[in-house]
Ligand binder design. Structure first.
Ligand code: SAM
Length: 270
């Protein structure tokens, strides 16, 4: 993407710099909600984002040693797209990343959510109030790998734009459309959905391996704590169980999603 005016280059070595303080605040959900921004750490993530049209508002990066340094090339792309590049000292990078050995690049991006009208076919994953950001990021990554149309977060969910969730997506956040809706909006949407709604439930009567795999299909996963609520289970066309042979009382949410999603998508994968 090109812009009439290239972004500026700034050099920051003070951890008290207000730009760094504002970016660091994005570790907190409140600051992300207020600003509509989020942090994505890592050279690869920022390159992936740019390649699919997500231009960062700015990047903060370790000063490159030469023009051949990949950070120099990335900085040039970011500036050409009209966004600012901040070259920061190691101490500033650590402060911003809130950890030792931070990544060489951290991007600040605008959050994007898709409208429910986007989810009009294919295989869609819906998650009832997922709480664990690592699970959420892993599911977004899995949805990307399996070729799902997107992920719908229903109710009071972990923030997909939190640093831990973004990290767990490994860049898939930039490829997978996401929606966040209330339970009420979701139930209305299901009324218009023209396909199966496959709920995964520990008391499901159907073995998940026997499901017809025909798009459009919606895979609905329950909460980590207490499973799919009765209110949402009532809207499923099928309630399936993943058989378990040992003493575990359930599978981890992200693992269960991966198993069920890959089974539903089996005819559509090479
Ligand atoms: N104690 C919870 C319960 O009673 O359902 C366990 C929830 S489990 C950690 C998180 C979600 O993964 C469940 O709501 C369900 O959607 C799915 N899940 C996990 N194991 C499953 C299994 N064996 N069969 C079907 N769904 C499963």
């Amino acid at each position: 993407m090109s812009s009439a005016r290239p972004g500026a280059v700034k050099h920051i070595s003070s951890t008290a710099n207000p730009i760094i303080k504002a970016a660091r605040a994005l570790h907190q959900r409140k600051a992300r909600a207020e600003s509509g921004l989020f942090l994505a750490e890592g050279h690869k993530l920022v390159v992936d984002a740019l390649s699919v049209g997500w231009v960062p508002q700015m990047i903060v990066a370790v000063e490159p040693q030469s023009d051949a340094d990949p950070v120099s090339q990335l900085a040039a792309r970011v500036r050409a797209a009209g966004s600012d590049v901040i070259f920061a000292s190691g101490a500033v990078m650590e402060k911003l990343a809130r950890r030792d050995n931070p990544q060489t690049v951290i991007g600040v991006f605008e959050q994007r959510l898709a409208p429910l009208t986007h989810f009009n076919g294919g295989t869609v994953v819906a998650l009832e109030a997922p709480r664990d950001p690592g699970n959420l990021g892993t599911i977004i990554r899995t949805a990307d790998a399996a070729g799902a149309r997107g992920v719908i977060l229903v109710g009071n969910s972990a923030d997909p734009f939190g640093v831990e969730a973004v990290r767990a997506t490994m860049g898939s956040l930039f490829h997978v459309p996401l929606a966040k809706v209330s339970e009420e909006e979701f139930v209305k949407f299901l009324g218009r959905w023209r396909g199966s709604v496959v709920g995964t439930h520990l008391s499901g009567a159907i073995d998940f391996r026997t499901m017809p795999q025909e798009e459009p299909q919606m895979l609905l996963m329950g909460t980590e704590q207490s499973g799919l609520t009765d209110a949402l289970a009532a809207h499923c066309t099928h309630l399936v169980k993943i058989p378990m042979a040992g003493k575990a009382d359930s599978l981890n949410l992200a693992v269960a999603t991966a198993l069920a999603l890959y089974e539903l998508r089996r005819p559509y994968l090479g």
